[in-house]
Design a protein around this ligand. Structure first.
Ligand code: ZN
Length: 460
């Protein structure tokens, strides 16, 4: 394995019979450079690779919450589109929240549905002191690992799209149907000003989308890719108990806190049962209901704390609930909330601060089998690289859900193998060699999707 410049034996052998003092001096200088960060150079071949250089440049643009400045990233991406020869358009539903659309027009005279390659520009915040390397310098270590916030989630995906399109252009390939690359803001904060506005807009209708590709999960294996075909429903639940206030020296039934604690005990018992199913291997995280405690709120506030001799008249707790995306599972959880977690009989009520939209009661999912031509073509693309697809539900949320609500197929695939998932984690990194390998998967996919001339009888 290639190492950092510190230990290249060839370099020292070359010095031959020169003095030991000189060799020691050189070694010291290199070591000092290394520890000063100057020597954090990756393998030479990756350093020289233009795709890697462009990827690292994108990673160095800090589109980080809570207040991302999108403009420098948009300018970088516009320059990329120009180089590749893609037309561009910027849509701004909300000021300073640009959506960038790159387009490669298809040759077909028919109104074939388009292919959308989606990627969010924003990244989650960092705790810089916990990082091995600064999170917006995209430094590369001797194994070719590039450390940066967004290197997995999901700047790597966006750059794989662009590098694949660049290679296809160079080969003289051109698509039959339109290919759009969509760069969106604010996915990490709920997409209200990104896809949340886009998916019901006339601008989106005009794209006549047939398939959306979006972020997925890295695979730890060498011969497969995870493909997310749907997401669990997200319910941000608040349960609230009221009444029963009184002096702190008394005992009485049905105080707000007593009622809330009964509910919390019931929720915890349910949570334990779901966790046990996952621990035993009987079910996956995708198949169970996940309930996690988020906040607790009660008490009579004073300027410097709480009144200590009053039993409060209100107590509430918040939970992040993730439910498999079927109407049956939603009904099952709803029944529990009404009857056990927030029953009226105990003076309790509930509300949601956020609840995944459904279509006829179900959270829409995309068909992940060969009856769906988009799945079949994706599977064919992977098989060209001797890889298989592992379909699964996303346990968190992505922008794909907006496309599915519009009845458009969407698959989440981050075409990266052999890299541990470090989404939102300290020291997030992407391996340069795996990034270059992933570009091949995008080339095969875009080739098959873009060349697919069947009208599918779905034209709008
Ligand atoms: Zn993401």
């Amino acid at each position: 394995m290639e190492s950092s410049g510190v230990q290249k034996p060839g370099f020292f052998l070359h010095l031959g019979a020169r003095s030991l003092w000189f060799r020691r001096f050189c070694r010291l200088v290199l070591l000092l450079c290394f520890f000063a960060g100057v020597g954090c150079r990756g393998p030479e071949d990756l350093e020289q690779n233009l795709a890697i250089q462009r990827f690292r440049t994108y990673l160095r643009i800090p589109t980080v919450h809570p207040d991302p400045d999108y403009q420098p990233a948009i300018e970088f991406l516009l320059a990329q589109a120009k180089e590749i020869g893609l037309s561009t358009r910027t849509i701004e539903f909300v000021s300073k929240k640009p959506i960038l659309l790159m387009t490669w027009k298809g040759s077909s005279e028919e109104k074939l549905q388009s292919v959308i390659l989606n990627s969010h520009i924003d990244v989650v915040p960092v705790e810089e002191e916990k990082w091995k390397y600064p999170p917006f310098e995209a430094q590369m270590d001797e194994d070719g690992n590039i450390f940066a916030r967004g290197s997995q989630d999901m700047k790597v995906v966006g750059m794989m799209y662009l590098e694949a399109l660049r290679l296809l252009k160079d080969r003289g390939w051109s698509p039959v149907r339109d290919i759009h690359v969509l760069w969106v803001p604010d996915e990490e904060v709920g997409s209200d000003d990104g896809w949340g506005r886009l998916y019901t807009s006339k601008e989106f209708d005009e794209l006549n989308a047939g398939i959306v590709l979006d972020e997925g999960d890295d695979s730890l294996f060498n011969n497969s890719y995870f493909v997310n075909y749907g997401e669990k429903a997200m319910w941000w639940l608040v349960i609230q108990a009221t009444d029963g206030t009184g002096h702190g020296s008394l005992y009485f039934d049905n105080s707000a806190s007593e009622n809330l604690f009964k509910s919390i005990a019931s929720i915890n018992a349910f949570r334990d049962s779901q966790m046990a199913l996952v621990r035993s291997g009987e079910k996956t995280l995708q198949e169970v209901v996940v309930v996690n405690f988020v906040f607790l709120n009660s008490g009579s506030r004073t300027p410097d704390g709480y009144t200590m001799n009053i039993q409060p008249s209100m107590a509430e707790a918040g939970f992040d609930v993730r439910i498999p995306p079927t109407r049956e599972m939603a009904d099952f959880v709803n029944k529990r909330i009404v009857e056990e977690w927030a029953p009226k009989a105990r003076n309790m009520s509930f509300y949601f601060t956020c609840k995944t939209e459904t279509k006829d009661g179900d959270v829409p999912i995309s068909k992940a089998d060969d009856s769906n031509p988009w799945w079949y073509l994706l599977r064919m693309a992977a098989s060209k690289l001797n890889a298989t697809l592992i379909p699964r539900l996303q346990v968190g949320g992505t922008d794909s859900s907006f496309a599915r609500l519009r009845g458009i197929d969407a698959f989440g695939i981050t075409a990266i193998q052999n890299v541990p998932p470090l989404y939102h984690d300290h020291n997030e990194f992407m391996n340069g060699y795996e990034f270059l390998k992933g570009i091949n998967m995008m080339v095969e996919t875009i080739d098959l999707y873009g060349s697919f001339s069947d009208s599918l009888n779905q034209e709008s």
